[in-house]
Design a protein around this ligand. Structure first.
Ligand code: HEM
Length: 510
């Protein structure tokens, strides 16, 4: 006999409350079991307690704007591998970085990368996770990035170094009676954006020419990255963000300003270049076209070039300059090296040649120290453990675990760089206290600021050329004074360093 016959009102009176209660208890038990299972998988990896259960602690830390510094402390406290989320761990050593990113590694990009997809349903090389697709696309893009297929990059970089110098001379030189401060964090971004657009599609966007934030790009960039950095802790949000109505909030071609405005600009250039009878260019875009990229692929890559190629390089320029201004002895030594080379005819004018810059050991040490102190990309770049699992830093990790890089831990490692690793000291590369093997280890670690192997930055040569030239041309021409010494600039760590208020008083060099 069924329960319903004995208690005919079972569903109409007491039952709804009981059913709801048992449903809630059931759901809570399932949730708890899921939490326990997820904690159990990586229970052997040390880390702060609450991080094992949700990404909420990481979200809170991201909102401080100093996540990479906090993670560096975690690395020091918990050891080589730290659990930072239910399925997320972070390593802080160079060997692990090289082994998981090596060309033969079976690690793949994790869902973290998907959030960087800017054009709906079209991956760029950065956002693409499929290994076979990445291999093919990377091979097609490499000739364009190497400058082999077209004019050399050097004249384009020189042109914009001169434009930056001219802009400073024209508008921002102070005299005792005329104070004309320059906000240098954005000017360095203008420079990087113009260089990469010029090399990328043959036309600078015009940030330097107009001394203006074209399409309000920099403003949107500064507002967007702190939000993106938080969202990057929840890659599963990607699917939701791309669905209506949330998708309405994403930047899109046709927007008047910001990323959407620049996307429109890029799309327009791609359309023009692919139009029947269009003149071929002598730039990266043309090299990509020759390699068979489709219209949509091109648009995604052009946009990636602008984002990947501007914030990163601008950070390297402005933070290296700040380190030099904070360390007068280093600035003097750099100038002495540049002056001596100039006097001996080893430096061209008006802009130093790239190969000449590599002959200046102190300059190279300054650039390495700048990248080390503030690695421009602080994104965690999570890679996924292959299905069979893997051993990382002595821990067995199950397939699917997300393994991120603790870049600050690596760049400030005292075993590699010495007890004063937190100090900007270019001399560490030159003072003879390290043997050849140690120097090689140091250099190989700093190189990792650009990633490694099958994931390594494709714009590394371009970025190095920009740094080689711009640092020399600024310090040989100008004196700089920080306008607000207690707070020389505002920094917000958001996968890139969002930087503001780097106010400088500039005068011709005394
Ligand atoms: C100082 C300047 C720069 C730094 C520190 C830097 C750093 C990085 C890093 C860390 C990655 C990711 C590695 C990974 O996923 O494991 C990356 C990827 C990338 N970067 Fe850069 N970058 C810089 C400048 C540039 C420039 C100027 C360009 C373009 C002209 C560029 C284009 C790219 C591209 C296309 C990728 C994707 C590579 C791939 O997924 O296979 N970067 N960069």
């Amino acid at each position: 006999m069924s329960l319903l016959r004995i208690y005919p009102n079972i569903l109409s009176t007491a039952a709804p409350a009981t059913l709801a209660l048992s449903g809630a208890v059931g759901a809570a038990v399932l949730l708890l079991l899921r939490e326990i299972r997820s904690w159990w998988r990586l229970r052997h990896v040390p880390g702060p307690f609450w991080h094992a259960f949700s990404m909420y602690p990481m979200i809170k830390l991201t909102q401080t704007g100093r996540l990479s510094a906090i993670l560096k402390d975690y690395g020091e406290e918990y050891g080589p591998l730290v659990r930072v989320g239910p399925n997320e761990v972070m390593f802080g050593d160079a060997d692990t970085y090289r082994s998981i990113s090596g060309v033969r590694s079976s690690f793949t990009k994790g869902p973290w990368y998907e959030l960087s997809r800017m054009i709906p349903d079209q991956d760029s090389l950065f956002s693409m996770r499929d290994e076979a697709g990445r291999k093919e696309l990377r091979a097609k893009l490499t000739p364009g990035y190497s400058g082999r297929e077209g004019a050399s990059f050097e004249p384009g970089v020189d042109k914009h170094v001169q434009m930056l110098v001219n802009l400073i001379e024209r508008k921002y030189l102070s005299t005792p009676s005329d104070f004309r401060p320059i906000e240098f964090s954005h000017k360095s971004q203008y420079f990087a954006l113009d260089v990469i657009s010029y090399l990328g599609f043959g036309e600078a966007i015009g940030f330097l020419k107009n001394d203006s934030d074209m399409h309000h790009y920099v403003e949107s960039n500064d507002a967007f990255f702190p939000v993106l950095a938080v969202v990057l802790n929840m890659p599963w949000l990607d699917r939701w963000l791309r669905m209506w109505p949330l998708s309405l909030a994403l930047p899109k071609v046709g927007d008047e300003a910001g990323f959407g405005g620049l996307m429109g600009f890029a799309m327009n250039l791609v359309d023009k270049r692919l139009a029947p009878g269009a003149e071929p260019g002598d730039d990266m875009m043309q090299a990509h076209i020759r390699q068979g990229l489709t219209h949509k692929e091109l648009a995604a890559e052009v946009f990636l070039e602008m984002i990947a190629g501007s914030d990163s390089t601008a950070t390297a320029i402005r933070m290296t300059l700040l380190c030099l201004l904070n360390t007068p002895a280093s600035l003097s030594r750099l100038r002495a090296e540049v002056d001596a080379a100039e006097a001996a005819g080893r430096i061209s004018s008006p802009v130093i040649r790239d190969r000449e810059a590599y002959e200046l050991p102190y300059l190279q040490a300054v650039i390495k120290e700048g990248l080390r102190m503030f690695p421009p990309s602080t994104g965690h770049n999570y890679k996924e453990v292959p299905p069979g699992g893997a051993r990382v830093c002595g821990y067995d990790l199950p397939g699917g675990t997300q393994v991120g890089v603790n870049i600050m831990r690596m760049m400030r490692d005292k075993d590699t760089f010495g007890g004063d690793a937190d100090v900007f000291r270019p001399e560490r590369w030159l003072d003879g206290t390290k043997d050849a093997e140690e120097l090689h280890d140091m250099a190989a670690t700093v190189e990792l600021a650009f990633g490694h192997g099958k994931f390594q930055c494709l714009g590394k040569t371009i970025a190095a050329m920009e740094l080689n030239k711009v640092i020399v041309e600024l310090v040989r021409r100008f004196d700089f004074a920080v306008v607000n010494p207690p707070f020389p600039l505002r920094l917000w760590d958001a996968a890139f360093w969002v930087t503001n208020d780097f106010w400088l008083r500039v005068t011709p060099r005394a």
